[in-house]
Write a protein that binds this ligand. Structure first.
Ligand code: MN
Length: 732
C-alpha cells in the first residue's frame, strides 16, 4: 500500500475507478463525500489540517484495499455521528440502514475508553472484538482509521501517544495480522514501536541504515545470479530484495535473545511468478544450485497458514551468506500483503454482505472460532483477553486432523489442547492420541505439520484434573474447568435435595408444620445467621452434617427444641420417678441408660414401632411414650428423653386411632368393619358423623394392631374402599 497523501476528492475517485465503474456505485461515494465535507466543514485536526483530509485519507486506503462502495461511503462518514451530531433518521434516510450500521459500529468502538487499569482495559478490548466480529467491514474501516491516526500521531500529547500506541500494539496489530493484512500490521507495529520505545526504535533504525550499503550489494549480487539462473530456464518471474520492518527485528532480538547481527545476517529475497507449478520449479532450480539449510523449507502452498497466507519458504547459503527466499504467485503475493481484504476485493455487480461474511468465515477457520469465542460468556474480561491473545493471536503451531482440518495452536500446545479445539466432547472423551501415526502421551508438545488423531471412548472417565496443568490454551482450560464445575454442581444439587429432606423430617419430628416453616426466604435468613451464604450452602451443610438439622429448626421456628440431653434426662428421671425398678420394659422400647422402668404408650398419639418417638418422664408413672410430632408434648421443655424402638418388636399389641374421610353411601360402615377384620386387627371403638355439608362422613375407629407392617397394610386397604378419600392416624 502506497503511503500517499491525497489532497482532494478527485484523487480518491480516480483510485476508486480502477475497480468500480457503475455510476450508481460511484454516486454512493460522491453523495457520502458531499455530506461528510458539509458536516465536517470548519473542523480541524490537531495537525491543523481540515478534518476532511483525515476522512479522504481513510477512504483512499479503503479504496487501495479495493473494498466496496458502501464500505468506502462508511469510511467517508465514519466520524459524522460522533463529531457532527447527526441524527439516525437523517443519516438513514440519505444512506440507508446498512451504511448506518457500519458507521455506528465503528463509532461505538471509538467510544470505548482506554484505561490504564488492566482489567478495565481487557474489558474494553473485548468489546472491540465483539463489535468487530459481527461484520468484517467494520474491522477494515476501524483498522484503516487507526492506521491514518497512527500516521498522524505526532500531533497528540505524549500521554495520548503512548495510550493509543499500546492499544494499537495489543489489539489492532494482532487483528490485522490474523486477517493477513501484513502491510497494515507492519505499519501499525512500526508506528507504535516508535512511540512506545523511541530509544530502541532509533537504535535499530541506525543499525539497519549502517548495514544497508553492505547488505544491498550482497542482495543485488544474489538477485543477479538467481535472475540469470531462471532466465536460462525460461521461467517467468520478477525478483526483489525485501527489508524486514523494524518492530519485527526488535521482537526477534528480545524474544529469541539474538544479537542484531544475527538477525540482519538473514538477507531476504522474494520471487514472484505466475503459476503454482512455476513456484516449485523455481524452488527446484534454487535447491540444485545452492545449499538449502536443513529444516528451514516450508510449503505454505500445500498447507496455507490460518490467515490464508501461501508461499514457499526456503533458506539457502551462498559464499558465506544466508538468504531467506520466498517464492509465490502474484495472487499469493497480494494475499500476503492484503490478506482477507485481497480475498474480499470488491467485484462489481455481485455479492452481498451476508455471502461475503460467510465466505470469509469459511475460508478463515479461525475467524469462525473468533466469532464463536466472542459470543461465549466469560465471567472475567481478563480471562477472555488471555484467550484471545494466547489462543488466537499468538498461535503459530499448525497441526492437522487426519481429515485435513488445520488447527492453529500456541507454542507448547499438546494433544489435549488440540482435542478441545476439534470439539468439546472430543476433549471430554479423549483417552489417547497418535501423532503422525505413532502413539504418544497426551502431553507431548505439538509441532507444525503434525497430524494428530485423538482417540475417544464413551467409557472414558472424563477429563482429569491434572490436565489443567498440562494444557496451554485458555480454550481447553475453560472447557475442562466448566466440566468440573458441572460435576460439582450436580453433586451439590444431590446434597441439596438430601439436606432438604433431612430438614423437613426434622420439622415433622418436632411437630412443626412443614408448609409454615419450609420457605426459601426464611431458610436463607436463618442460613446467613448460621454462616451459610445461600440456601444451597445451608442445605449442603445439613446434608454433610456440618450443621445439625436441629439447630436450623430451632432458628427457623424461633423455639428451643424440646428434647433434653440424655444425661440431663437421666438426672430428671432419678429425681422424679418413683416407679423405678417396677416392671421391665415391656413394649419393646429402649431407654438408653436405664434397664427397668415402667413404660406406657400414650393414648393421645398411640405410637407404634417405626414411629419416631420421645419419652415423657411423668411423676411416679415411669415414661410415657409419645410420637415426636405429638402436639401434646410440643411445648414440653424439660422432661423429654430420647427413646428408640427395640430392633425387633414382636408379640406386642398397639392401639392406634384412625380417622377416615369419605363421601356418604350405603354399606360404608360394613365395608370398613369387614376390611378391619380381614386384616386381623381388633376393633375397639367406632363412631361415624355426617358432616354439615351432608356429603362427607368422618369415621373414627380405634384398632389394635401387632406392629407397623400390619398397620400399613390396613391403612392401604382402607384407602382402597370405594368413596374413601383419606385415612389418617390421629392424635387427640
Ligand atoms: Mn477517524
Amino acid at each position: 500500500m502506497v503511503n500517499k497523501t491525497i489532497q482532494n476528492f478527485d484523487e480518491l475517485i480516480e483510485e476508486v475507478k480502477t475497480y468500480i465503474v457503475k455510476e450508481e456505485n460511484l454516486n454512493i461515494i460522491r453523495n457520502a463525500y458531499q455530506y461528510a465535507s458539509e458536516k465536517h466543514a470548519n473542523q480541524f485536526r490537531k495537525s491543523g489540517e481540515p478534518y476532511i483530509v483525515h476522512i479522504l485519507q481513510v477512504a483512499y486506503i479503503l479504496a487501495q484495499l479495493k473494498t466496496g462502495p458502501k464500505t468506502i461511503a462508511a469510511g467517508l462518514l465514519h466520524d459524522v455521528i460522533e463529531d457532527c451530531a447527526v441524527t439516525k433518521e437523517e443519516f438513514v434516510e440519505r444512506f440507508g440502514e446498512e451504511v448506518y450500521t457500519l458507521v455506528e459500529s465503528v463509532t461505538k468502538i471509538g467510544n470505548l475508553k482506554f484505561n490504564d487499569e488492566k482489567e478495565y482495559q481487557a474489558h474494553n478490548h473485548r468489546k472491540i472484538m465483539i463489535a468487530m466480529a459481527k461484520d468484517i467491514r467494520v474491522i477494515l474501516i476501524k483498522l484503516v482509521d487507526r492506521l491514518h491516526n497512527m500516521r498522524t500521531l505526532q500531533f497528540m500529547s505524549e500521554e495520548k501517544q503512548k495510550k493509543i500506541a499500546s492499544e494499537t500494539l495489543e489489539v489492532y496489530a494482532p487483528i490485522a495480522h490474523r486477517l493477513g493484512i501484513s502491510e497494515i500490521k507492519n505499519e501499525l507495529e512500526d508506528h507504535a514501536f516508535y512511540y512506545l520505545k523511541k530509544e530502541n526504535y532509533y537504535e535499530i533504525a541506525r543499525l539497519v541504515e549502517m548495514k544497508k550499503t553492505e547488505r544491498d550489494s550482497q542482495v543485488n549480487l544474489m538477485l543477479k545470479e538467481i535472475s540469470d539462473l531462471l532466465t536460462a530456464n525460461n521461467i517467468k518471474f520478477r525478483i526483489f530484495g525485501r527489508s524486514k520492518h523494524l518492530y519485527s527485528i526488535y521482537k526477534k532480538m528480545t524474544k529469541k535473545q539474538k544479537r542484531f547481527e544475527e538477525i540482519l545476517d538473514l538477507l531476504a529475497i522474494r520471487i514472484i511468478t505466475d503459476t503454482d507449478s512455476a513456484c516449485y520449479e523455481i524452488l527446484g532450480h534454487i535447491h540444485a544450485k545452492y545449499v538449502p539449510i536443513p529444516g528451514r523449507f516450508k510449503d505454505y502452498i500445500a498447507v496455507p497458514k490460518v490467515n490464508l497466507y501461501r508461499s514457499l519458504h526456503t533458506t539457502i547459503m551462498s559464499v558465506g551468506n544466508i538468504f531467506e527466499v520466498q517464492i509465490r504467485t502474484e495472487d499469493m503475493d497480494i494475499v500476503a500483503e492484503k490478506g482477507i481484504a485481497a480475498h474480499w476485493r470488491y467485484k462489481e455487480g455481485n455479492g452481498s454482505k451476508e455471502v461475503d461474511q460467510k465466505q470469509i468465515e469459511d475460508q478463515l477457520a479461525w475467524f469462525k472460532e473468533f466469532s464463536n469465542m466472542v459470543g461465549e460468556v466469560h465471567d472475567n474480561a481478563l480471562d477472555y483477553m488471555n484467550l484471545m491473545t494466547n489462543d488466537i493471536f499468538e498461535a503459530n503451531v499448525y497441526v492437522m486432523s487426519p481429515k485435513g482440518k488445520i488447527v492453529a495452536l500456541p507454542n507448547g500446545a499438546c494433544p489435549i489442547d488440540f482435542a478441545y479445539r476439534i470439539h468439546t466432547e472430543v476433549g471430554h472423551k479423549m483417552v489417547g492420541a497418535t501423532i503422525n501415526g505413532a502413539i504418544c502421551s497426551i502431553n507431548t508438545p505439538l509441532k507444525t505439520g503434525d497430524v494428530v488423531d485423538i482417540k475417544t471412548s464413551n467409557n472414558s472417565n472424563g477429563p482429569s484434573e491434572d490436565w489443567l496443568k498440562i494444557v496451554v490454551t485458555s480454550h481447553a482450560r475453560n472447557k475442562i474447568r466448566a466440566y468440573f464445575q458441572k460435576i460439582d454442581f450436580e453433586r451439590k444439587s444431590q446434597d441439596v435435595k438430601k439436606g432438604e429432606e433431612i430438614l423437613k423430617e426434622e420439622l415433622i419430628k418436632r411437630g412443626f408444620e412443614v408448609s409454615t416453616y419450609f420457605e426459601t426466604k426464611k431458610i436463607e435468613s436463618v442460613g446467613s445467621a448460621l454462616g451459610c451464604n445461600s440456601y444451597v450452602d445451608l442445605m449442603y451443610a445439613i446434608a454433610n452434617k456440618s450443621l445439625t438439622a436441629v439447630s436450623v429448626v430451632e432458628k427457623l421456628t424461633k423455639q428451643k427444641v424440646n428434647i433434653v440431653r440424655q444425661e440431663d434426662a437421666l438426672k430428671i428421671f432419678n429425681r422424679l420417678d418413683r416407679a423405678k425398678g417396677r416392671k421391665k420394659n415391656a413394649v419393646g422400647i429402649k431407654v438408653p441408660g436405664i434397664d427397668t422402668v415402667k413404660i406406657t404408650l400414650s393414648s393421645c398419639c398411640t405410637p407404634i414401632p417405626s414411629d419416631e418417638i420421645v419419652g415423657y418422664i411423668s411423676k411416679g408413672m415411669g415414661i410415657k411414650v409419645h410420637r415426636s410430632d405429638c402436639p401434646n408434648i410440643k411445648n414440653e421443655k424439660t422432661r423429654l428423653i430420647p427413646l428408640e424402638w427395640e430392633e425387633e418388636v414382636i408379640d406386642h399389641e398397639f392401639e392406634v386411632k384412625l380417622k377416615i374421610l369419605s363421601t356418604d353411601r350405603n354399606h360404608l360402615l360394613t365395608d370398613i368393619v369387614n376390611t378391619i377384620s380381614q386384616n386381623k386387627a381388633t376393633m375397639l371403638y367406632i363412631e361415624t358423623k355426617v358432616q354439615t355439608d351432608k356429603i362427607n362422613v368422618i369415621t373414627k375407629i380405634n384398632v389394635i394392631v401387632r406392629g407397623n407392617s400390619q398397620l400399613s397394610t390396613l391403612l392401604s386397604n382402607l384407602r382402597k374402599i370405594s368413596s374413601v378419600k383419606e385415612v389418617q392416624r390421629i392424635v387427640q
